[in-house]
Write a protein that binds this ligand. Sequence first.
Ligand code: ASP
Ligand code: MG
Length: 463
Amino acid sequence: MIVMKFGGSSVESAAAIERVAGIVKARVERRPVVVVSAMGKTTNKLLAIAAAAIAGRREEYIPQLHDLRDFHSRHARQVVPLEHRAELDRTLDEHFQELTELVKGLAVLGELTPRSIDAISSYGERLSSYIVTLAFRHFGMTAEHLDARHFVITDRHHTKAAPDFPETYARLQAAVPALAGRAVVVMGGFIGSTADGVTTTLGRGGSDFTASIVGAGIGAEEIQIWTDVDGMLTCDPTILKGGHRVKTISFAEAAELAYFGAKVLHPATVVPAVEKNIPVLILNSRRPEVEGTRIVSDIVKCANVVKSIACKRKITLVNIHSTRMLMAHGFLHRIFEVFDRFETSVDVVATSEISVSLTIDNSERLDEVVAELRHFADVDIETNQAIVCLVGDNIRYTPGVARRVFNALNGINVRMISMGASLLNLSFVVAEADLFRAVEGLHGEFFASLDPEVFERNGAVHA
Ligand code: ASP
Ligand code: MG
């Protein structure tokens, strides 16, 4: 069995769903279990509808609901055979009636709880998985739909629920392998439910997590994440074009990259797969012939020191100087307690005798944080910063990496530097205005020559 996960853009239209059907059909002997995201931007649209409802903007949410139904119906009709049209219409009606009632209820209450956010946003994956199942049948496969909420059992932490792994695995194990023996199994990502059946979600982007959970639960031989990029690259394509494809990378490296801004995969996603030693592949649904990136549990031997350069923009640098206490014990504790209290997570930290510098990417509650910190320290804030992070298992074994970094940066002001405890990343902070030049310099330095076992050169001709 393999798990194949298709993201929102891979199922955004009838044409996209048809492409997905082709990809799955070509792999049907491997007994695929397919996990899909909501179609296109559906989750955002559902959340916008909820927001309009609690603000009482009926003139907005009613047409938005119609548009969303229309969008699903229009694309679904093109991939569902005539004899299933009536069933399709009935199911869409049922879902949208329920959804409309829910939205009207919110409008009356004027309040949006995490529980109702989950109830509303679950419709995206419930609809897409159903439509994809019908489409698969239309394109000649035997396909069965499973409601992910009966299998992914979570705690009550709405909008970011954590799975109960033993229970979830037991349920998956009991149903999926037998079914996958005779049909392509299709389920929605992102959604789950509590033990007593209340709908939950795993957090934005949670479909990858579902794929990983399902793969681990059924002991899949491989988890394929089908997206709209060729896999992981040696640099962030939104900053610098011309990055090379990374063919193989370790879980640890991939998690660092994801944590430091690579959008391809959320780090939590890989955890269940790592624990079960199941490789995760990143593949492009628009170019299925590209081999993508294979993420494996073992270290990947590589002649290059660095596997990839990740970046995180819109970073705020917080410099905290101890006035009265110098580094009296308890100082760090007090600082982090404040960030913790205001639910602001810290990315990179550097300390000296009398000061602590750290970066945050969510500055929503920064004013409150700063006000608290000022009770016992001087604080200054620098916005528009960026983290650049070099990732590679070899960094820990190779002397002189820092020298090469500074050479490549060629005079760009580095605000802060940190070597991660994992020893496989070297990260530093530069002003956003310097980011492009920094990445360009570093990419030239570390990827001029490439280990052909690990990288495929950009522009290389495919056999
Ligand atoms: N549809 C959900 C979201 O947009 C989950 C996902 O796509 O992974 O966040
Ligand atoms: Mg997604």
